[in-house]
Design a protein around this ligand. Structure first.
Ligand SMILES: *Cc1c(COP(=O)(O)O)cnc(C)c1O
Length: 377
């Protein structure tokens, strides 16, 4: 068997051990410490956010963000349907109801026109959602301006799920920093990793302070342990923050490498009939965290699943595009506005190996398999 090629595997930069050694030497083996503080400051500067809070996962960050914009039992929250389940689970933790919004073709992200329709209909019915969660998929920003404008008109806070979009831009700014709050993930497969971790950002200092309190078991200021609300254990370890600081320093190199993977795939595969790459929308930089294609079986001569299985036989990991949330057994009872675009992208879409540590030989192996399927070999 040839060596396995992963979809997106951790890529260490070389500085991590030095930072981690420092954490050990100083004995800050705890969910607080100098690396946590420094990681927050450096991350905030990197994305242009006034305040950042390091947490144990992106999911934890989204949970706190939603609670702090006021989401609670019985509320409705509008959210992109084409995403990973972690965008939606925290809505359910809070006892609220997700209402899904379909994607548009230009970016594969939330369709601003459908969002506007949903908000208008709800404003007329007197049932506005408590929040909107907009997801920035596969390394590309959603079209934020019309989304923020529509939500602003109705006074609905926007929480950005930028877990997959660190390093991308929207009109020169960083998605994740334009709504009321934004979240990022440092899971092992993301563009930078701490093995596991997340970040909550906001320009609202009060929100971040409250999130800090909730993430550390909600202790009130008192010499003894005093609690007036329910807290969580959601802080990031100082050891993992050390890894994150080193990873952040190579973020631009990681974006460049992933974009180079994408350029290679485009040059090798875009001439094949029925192969279409996820578009880069005109409003900013797509990091190509994952290179994703859609395959039209009538023109390509095989469907997405045939290509995925052929890759798997060569020990190459590829994945279907996210299965839309409105099709998931756990969420299928909840409403969805539109859905056809996301369903179509799921049916035909494939994520190709995209790690920043892939070699040209590995990329060539992937291309060879895709070409062979097309040629019926
Ligand atoms: C990875 C991911 C998350 C969750 O982040 P974790 O750090 O794994 O909890 C949330 N939303 C999206 C879109 C993701 O891809």
């Amino acid at each position: 068997m040839p060596q396995r090629i992963y979809l997106s595997s951790p890529h260490l930069g070389g500085l991590e051990r030095g930072y981690v050694d420092e954490a050990f030497a100083s004995n800050w083996i705890a969910p607080l410490g100098p690396h946590v503080d420094a990681f927050q400051e450096e991350f905030a500067r990197c994305v242009g956010a006034p305040y950042a809070l390091a947490l144990s996962s992106g999911t934890a960050a989204l949970h706190l963000a939603l609670q702090l914009v006021g989401v609670g039992p019985g509320d409705d929250v509008l959210v992109s349907t084409l995403t990973f389940s972690a965008s939606v689970n925290p809505i359910r933790y809070l006892g609220a109801t997700p209402v899904f919004i379909d994607s548009e073709r230009a970016s594969w992200n939330m369709d601003p026109a459908l969002l506007c329709e949903e908000l208008e209909a709800r404003a007329r019915a007197g049932r506005l959602p408590r929040a909107v969660v907009v997801v920035h998929l596969y390394g590309q920003s959603a079209d934020l301006d019309p989304i923020l404008a529509a939500c602003g008109r109705h006074g609905v806070p926007v929480v950005e799920d930028a877990a997959e979009a660190l390093g991308s831009t929207y009109k020169g700014r960083h998605p994740g920093t334009l709504g009321r709050a934004g979240i990022f993930s440092f899971n092992g497969n993301k563009i930078i990793t701490t093995s596991g971790g997340g970040m909550l950002v906001s320009s609202d200092e009060t929100l971040i302070r409250h999130a800090l309190k909730l993430s550390t078991q909600a202790r009130d200021p008192a010499p003894h342990y005093e609690h007036s609300e329910v807290g969580y254990n959601y802080r990031l370890s100082n050891v993992l923050a050390a890894i994150g600081r080193a990873q952040l320093r190579v973020l631009e190199e990681r974006v460049a490498a992933r974009r180079a993977n994408h350029a290679y795939y485009v040059s090798a595969l875009s001439s094949l009939p029925g192969v279409t790459f996820m578009p880069e929308a005109p409003w900013g930089r797509h990091t190509r965290w994952l290179t994703t294609v859609t395959l039209d079986p009538a023109r390509f001569g095989a469907d997405r699943e045939a290509v995925r299985l052929a890759l798997e036989r060569e020990n190459i990991e590829a994945r279907p595009v996210w299965k839309p949330m409105h099709l998931q057994p756990v969420f299928s009872a909840f409403p969805c506005r539109g859905g056809q675009v996301a369903e179509d992208l799921f049916e035909h879409g494939l994520c190709l190996p995209s790690g920043s540590n892939l070699t040209r030989e590995e990329l060539a192996r992937v291309v060879e398999v895709v070409r062979a399927v097309h040629q019926g070999r």
